[in-house]
Design a protein around this ligand. Structure first.
Ligand code: ZN
Ligand code: ZN
Length: 348
């Protein structure tokens, strides 16, 4: 079954006859068309149409086998109006703007029904092709990290480390997946501390979180490395986070829920007195978006299935002192899991 067939099954469950897909990653997942600037898909029981404008005629033809209609609004809406007359049409409530909804209302004689996460739910389990892209993106990121690791030393600014990573990714033919996080010393207490001009000092722990994007698919990995000898306290924190991370990775297998994995890692950090310091969720799915389903967080009932790609990333953040996060990218397999991120975790 293709993703379009899966969408039609999901449409049936949601009680809609048609679906107007406007989120760029969902358009890409259903059609292969990669321009986020102008792409919409109308999915009906027996057909689907990709709408984009004349700037993308060639690209759409190259990337997608879904039938295409090249037009700009309002012609786009008028073309679709013929097909949706009298139907119940789902739209993506989390993505369509209010103006976009008003346009549909103005042009269509149809019942418009808000839907949430319909295509996203199907994107959780990756196709073999998607897994290959993510695997390749991570391998490339591992290689670049290895090249840049010697630069992480006293006297070097965080942004110079980030730039070297970005340059390495670009030179290898990938895009930079998201803002590179390089958080050294006390800045390590900020879970999302993007690289600053701070100069790395002897004794710092340095948290580096970065990813590549290849053919639209992301990798995501964090390593915390030591420059010189960090304080006793921060070494203790590092080893507690490492213990939690390794235990959670080891427990990844089909059937386990995101909530169970989060509780496992959180329990270990709590036993080390770091429950409060673990201020975010354990992990997330990775694909066309760097953050997508399933959710690995407190109470999540999302069940892991073979073909899902998720991160395991516990951390501990001590304001004014520093922080640690360790993140691996993990493929759920029939028999358990495969860790896609291969960069070694250092002894601190
Ligand atoms: Zn990350
Ligand atoms: Zn992540």
């Amino acid at each position: 079954m293709s993703r379009l067939d899966d969408v039609r099954a999901a449409m049936g469950r949601a009680g809609v006859d048609a679906l107007w897909v406007s989120a760029p990653a969902n358009v890409r997942a259903l059609t292969g068309f990669s321009s986020g600037a102008d792409g919409k898909v109308l999915v009906l029981a027996g057909e689907a149409t990709l709408y984009t404008d004349a700037r993308y005629t060639v690209q759409a033809r190259e990337e997608s086998s879904v039938p295409q209609h090249i037009a700009r609004p309002p012609e786009t809406y008028e073309h679709a109006a013929e097909r949706v007359r009298g139907l119940r049409v789902g739209f993506e409530a989390e993505h369509l703007t209010v103006a976009g909804l008003e346009d549909l209302r103005a042009h269509w004689d149809a019942a418009l029904v808000p839907t949430r996460g319909l295509v996203e739910a199907l994107r959780r389990v990756k196709t073999a092709q998607e897994v290959a892209a993510i695997r390749e993106a991570q391998a490339l990121a591992d290689r670049v990290f290895g090249e840049v690791r010697p630069l992480i030393r006293a006297g070097v600014r965080e942004i110079d480390v980030a730039l070297a990573l970005e340059l390495g990714l670009r030179r290898a033919g990938a895009e930079v997946g998201f803002d590179v996080i390089v958080a050294s010393g006390p800045r390590g207490a900020m879970p999302h501390g993007v690289a600053s001009e701070r100069v790395i000092e002897d004794g710092d722990l340095v948290t580096v979180d970065f990813g590549a994007r290849l053919r639209g698919y992301h990798s995501d990995m964090t390593r915390t490395v030591a420059v010189g000898t960090p304080s006793e306290e921060m070494r203790r924190v590092y080893n507690a986070v490492l213990e939690a991370e390794e235990a959670a990775v080891a427990a990844v297998r089909p059937g386990v829920t995101g909530g169970e994995l989060d509780a496992l890692a959180r329990g270990i950090l709590e036993r080390h007195g770091l429950g409060e310091a673990f201020a975010h969720s354990l992990g997330h799915g990775v694909g066309l978006n760097v953050h997508e389903g399933p959710g690995l967080r407190k109470g999540s009932e999302d069940v892991l299935e073979p073909g899902m790609v998720v991160t395991i990333e516990p951390g501990a953040y001590l304001p004014g002192v520093g922080g640690v996060r360790i993140e691996d990218l993990v493929l759920v397999t029939e028999g358990g899991h495969e860790v896609l991120s291969r960069t070694p975790k250092e002894n601190v």
